[in-house]
Each structure stands twice: as structure tokens, then as C-alpha cells.
Design a protein. Structure first.
Length: 130
């Protein structure tokens, strides 16, 4: 069995902090299932509740704090599991930008640009020619 060494101390606290800061969120996954599926589910929860001021405010406070305190692993999981679904749903981007601050906003904007620049598939489903 291969185990990945996580050097980002905050990454290991993401689930605990999530449960503490946003008790309205519950997951079908167990903590042992890992951070990625739980934060993926949290990303969907956040989008479903984006118009609920209390939940959105608490959720983005959690994200802002996690990115400030965490390292690369924390940033990676938040970008992949929370930010990517937001980039796919352009109707939420401006609202999300209003809640993010500091390093979290910088990361969001950086990866939004990368997301927008990614190649799309041609009509036949093949990647575009270079």
C-alpha cells in the first residue's frame, strides 16, 4: 500500500474544521474516506446554498482561512473540489468573488484564468488541433 506524506499540517485538519465551522453541512462520507470526497460534497452543498447568507458567509470564511493557513495540499483540494465546480457555473462567479479575500481570492482568480484557457473539445469530441 502506498501512503502519501502530507507536509501541509492544516490539510489534516480540514474535515475537523469544516464540521466545527459549518455544522449545517453533513456528509455521506466518513472521515476515513478522505478529504477529497468530503470537500467535493461540500462544494456542491455550498453552491446549493449560495443564496443563504449565513451558510455562504460561514463557508467562505472557512475557505479563506483554510487557504491562508494551509499549504499546497490544502490549496489543491480546495481548487479541485470547490472552485472547479464554481468555474463551470458562471452564474455564481461574481457572488463567490464577493466572499473571497486575500490569498483565497488570488488563488480563485489565478485558477479561473487557467480554467478559462483550457482547451475545449471540437464538435466531434476530439481535442482541438494545435
Amino acid at each position: 500500500m502506498h501512503f502519501q506524506v502530507i507536509k501541509d499540517e492544516y490539510y489534516n485538519r480540514l474535515i475537523t474544521e469544516l464540521k466545527k465551522q459549518i455544522p449545517q453541512f453533513t456528509s455521506v462520507f466518513d472521515d476515513e474516506d478522505g478529504v477529497y470526497p468530503i470537500l467535493g460534497e461540500f462544494g456542491r452543498f455550498l453552491l446549493d446554498n449560495i443564496d443563504n447568507e449565513v451558510i455562504a458567509s460561514k463557508s467562505f470564511h472557512y475557505i479563506n482561512r483554510a487557504i491562508e493557513l494551509g499549504g499546497n495540499e490544502t490549496e489543491d483540494v480546495i481548487v479541485m473540489q470547490i472552485f472547479h465546480p464554481i468555474y463551470s457555473d458562471k452564474s455564481h462567479i461574481s457572488k463567490v468573488k464577493d466572499y473571497l479575500s486575500g490569498k483565497a481570492l488570488k488563488v480563485f482568480l489565478e485558477f479561473e484564468n487557467r480554467y478559462d484557457e483550457r482547451p475545449t473539445k471540437d464538435d466531434d469530441g476530439a481535442p482541438p488541433e494545435k
